[in-house]
Design a binder for this molecule. Structure first.
Ligand code: NAP
Length: 322
C-alpha cells in the first residue's frame, strides 16, 4: 500500500521517548503516527519493578508503565502501527517510512528506536529476566539489600554498576572473560579499592541458576573449561548496549558505536526535519525519565520546524510574483 497523505510527524519507536514525543505531538494537534515496533515498549518490558520514575510513588512494573505511557498518547489521538519499520528514505521531503510493502509519508520524523542491552545469550538468562537477571544497576540495585550479586563484564559499565551495587549488596562478584580489562584505569582502580568487590577472571557465565528466581550462576573457566557454581541472588549483565540504528546509518550522522548524533541542546539530526530522541542518541544517561524528557524535546522541535515551514510557505504565497 502506498499513500499520498503526508503526515505531520511519524515517530519511529515505542518506548518512553517515542510515546512521550507522541503525547506532546498529539496534544499539539499534529495527529502523530507511532510505528512502535512489533515488540513495543522498549527496554522496560524486560524490567520488573520501576521505583525511580517520578510520579509512581509506590513503584510500578515496567510493562505496566509502558501501557500507561501508550494509553496517555492514545488518549490525545495518536495512531499506532505495531510493526517494525523496514526502510526509511530521508533524502527528500516528504520523508518516506516503509513497513514491509506499506509506505508512509511525513513532513517530520522523530527517531526513538532506543538501544538494546547486550545479552549473554543464555536460555536461563531469558527465563530469569526481571527475576534476578538485570541490565541496569541504577534501576535495580536497591532490590538487592545485603545480597550477593554477580556483575558480568570488564568495561566501564561493569565497574560502574559493580561499584554502585556495593551501596546495597553485601558482596559483588565481577566475572570477566579475560584477565585484562577494557575499563578505564580510574574506574578499575575504584572498583579494585572496594573491599565488597570480588573478582573472577578468565571465566564466562555458562548458566544462570534458579527456578523462579536467581539462586546462582554456573561459571566456566575459558582456559581449562572447568565448571563450578557460585551462589548469588542477582546477575547484572553489563556487557554493553547497541543502539537500534541499522536503518539509519547510511542517512543520519552517527558516532563510532552507531549512536545518532544530535545538535547540542536540541534533537536535530543532520537532516532538517528528522529528530532523534532517547537512548538512540544517548549512551550516557539511559534512563526512562531522561528518554521521556528527550521525547518531549523532539516533539517541540518538530512542532517548531513545522511552524517555520508553514511560515515560509505563507511568506512565499504572499510574495509578489514578478
Ligand atoms: P564495553 O566497553 O564494550 O565493554 C563491554 C565488556 O563486556 C567488555 O569487557 C567485554 O569483554 C565484555 N563482554 C562483551 N560481550 C560479552 C559476552 N558475551 N560475555 C561476557 N563478556 C562480554 O561496554 P561498556 O562497559 O558498556 O561501555 C560502553 C562505552 O560507554 C565505553 O566507551 C565506556 O567508556 C562508556 N562508559 C563510560 C562510563 C563512565 O565514564 N562513567 C560508564 C559506563 C560506560 P572484552 O573486554 O573481552 O571484549
Amino acid at each position: 500500500m502506498s499513500t499520498t497523505d503526508v503526515r505531520n510527524v511519524i515517530i519511529i519507536g515505542g518506548g518512553p521517548a517515542g510515546y512521550t514525543a507522541a503525547l506532546y505531538a498529539a496534544r499539539a494537534n499534529l495527529e502523530p503516527l507511532v510505528i512502535e515496533g512489533f515488540n513495543w515498549g522498549g527496554q522496560l518490558m524486560i524490567t520488573s519493578d520501576v521505583e525511580n520514575y517520578p510520579g509512581y510513588s509506590d513503584g510500578v512494573m515496567g510493562p505496566e508503565m509502558m501501557q500507561d505511557f501508550r494509553r496517555q498518547a492514545e488518549r490525545f489521538g495518536t495512531g499506532f502501527i505495531t510493526d517494525d519499520v523496514t526502510k526509511v528514505d530521508f533524502s527528500e521531503r516528504p520523508f518516506r517510512v516503509t513497513v514491509d510493502s506499506d509506505e508512509y509519508l511525513a513532513h517530520t520524523v522523530i527517531v526513538a528506536t532506543g538501544a538494546t542491552a547486550r545479552q549473554l545469550g543464555l536460555d536461563s538468562e531469558q527465563r530469569l529476566q526481571g527475576r534476578g537477571v538485570s541490565y541496569c544497576a541504577t534501576c535495580d540495585a536497591a532490590f538487592f539489600p545485603d545480597k550477593h550479586v554477580v556483575v558480568v563484564g570488564g568495561g566501564d559499565s561493569a565497574m560502574e554498576e559493580a561499584t554502585f551495587l556495593t551501596r546495597f549488596a553485601a558482596k559483588v562478584t565481577i566475572v570477566h572473560r579475560r584477565d585484562e580489562f577494557r575499563a578505564s584505569q580510574i574506574m578499575l582502580d575504584r572498583a579494585r579499592a572496594n573491599d565488597k568487590i570480588d573478582w573472577v577472571t578468565n571465566a564466562l557465565v555458562d548458566e544462570v541458576l534458579g527456578d523462579g528466581r536467581v539462586t546462582g550462576v554456573r561459571l566456566r573457566d575459558v582456559n581449562t573449561n572447568e565448571r563450578w557454581e557460585l551462589a548469588a541472588d542477582g546477575v547484572f549483565a553489563a556487557i554493553g548496549h547497541d543502539p537500534n540504528t541499522k536503518l539509519f546509518l547510511d542517512q543520519l550522522d552517527h558516532d563510532e558505536a552507531g549512536y545518532l548524533v544530535t545538535q547540542p541542546g536540541s534533537t536535530e539530526t543532520n537532516v532538517a526535519g528528522v529528530f532523534a530522541v532517547g537512548d538512540v542518541q544517548d549512551h550516557v544517561y539511559r534512563q526512562a525519565v531522561t528518554a521521556a524528557g528527550s521525547g518531549c524535546m523532539g516533539a517541540l522541535d518538530a512542532e517548531r520546524f513545522l511552524a517555520a515551514q508553514e511560515g515560509h510557505l505563507m511568506a512565499a504565497e504572499a510574495a509578489p510574483r514578478v
